[in-house]
Design a protein around this ligand. Structure first.
Ligand SMILES: C[S@@+](CC[C@H](N)C(=O)[O-])C[C@H]1O[C@@H](n2cnc3c(N)ncnc32)[C@H](O)[C@@H]1O
Length: 244
């Protein structure tokens, strides 16, 4: 089907990911989703494309916010099987988003939540998103933070003798490229890019950058669990809202 990795169809990965996402205090639920939806323009009557839609839960939310057309795209058969069962009223397409030539319509808003770090050719991908947007349309995305994707040996923290986090061990930031990581299973392929690579790709495609977010946990969440404080040393996510 494509050269992109499809790790979400690996049964062990799929089950492990399901467990993670079932946690109401996952970083996705606590930090990423509130930030993503805070960037959304008014969706009433708009057409929305969601790239790397997973279970389709964001698609359902876009529809609830009044979008007239919502289409979700994902490479994983297993993720889409859940999406189709839970949201039978939404159109889902199984495809590799690294090549958007199968998209024949234009969309007012393109969202992509936590899938861009799987894209190998970021410049080409960003150009193709620009092509599918209507003039003035928005591209809103989240991805793993570049400080998270940087270390070739995987993210790790310096701790004191009592196990308290001192600081994040940042390495390899300027070494862009593939990262083969262990996340639920071994051999999960992601791509690290610096801020300048990301911003230059968006600008050379023709986008105007409107907002960047690097969400941190609320005081309420920190009071529930002090370990969230480490996200003030290094955010988990980068989100951007850009306009055609
Ligand atoms: C971390 S999940 C996020 C799912 C959803 N966007 C959310 O936030 O709940 C990443 C999703 O991106 C999909 N994905 C990864 N690479 C892809 C590709 N090349 N084309 C389409 N989907 C891809 C995966 O199958 C997975 O469903």
């Amino acid at each position: 089907m494509s050269k992109s990795q499809n790790i979400y169809d690996n049964q062990t990965f799929f089950e492990g990911y399901k467990k993670l996402r079932g946690n109401p205090y996952s970083a996705n639920n606590v930090e990423e989703k509130p930030a993503l939806f805070s960037l959304s323009p008014e969706l009433a009557g708009k057409s929305v494309l969601d790239l790397g839609c997973g279970y389709g839960e964001n698609c359902a939310e876009f529809k609830a916010l009044g979008a007239s057309v919502v289409v979700g795209v994902d490479i994983s058969e297993k993720m889409l099987a859940v999406a189709m069962e839970e949201h039978p009223d939404i159109k889902f397409i199984r495809a590799d988003m690294s090549n958007l030539s199968f998209i024949k319509d234009n969309y007012d808003v393109v969202f992509s939540s936590l899938a861009l770090h799987y894209m190998e050719d970021f410049d080409a991908f960003i150009k193709s998103v620009y092509e599918v947007l209507t003039p003035g349309g928005y591209f809103i995305f989240s991805q793993e933070h570049p400080l998270t994707t940087a270390p070739i040996a995987g993210a790790s923290w310096a701790k004191d003798e009592n196990g308290n986090v001192l600081h994040y061990k940042l390495t390899d930031y300027s070494r862009c490229g593939k990262r083969s990581t262990t996340w639920i299973v071994d051999g999960v392929e992601k791509y690290h890019r610096t801020f300048s690579k990301i911003i230059n790709a968006l600008c050379s495609a023709g986008f105007t950058i409107e907002t960047m977010l690097e969400p941190t946990p609320t005081q309420e969440i920190i009071e529930l669990d002090k370990s969230w404080e480490k996200d003030f040393h290094k955010p988990n996510f980068l989100l951007m809202k850009v306009r055609k």
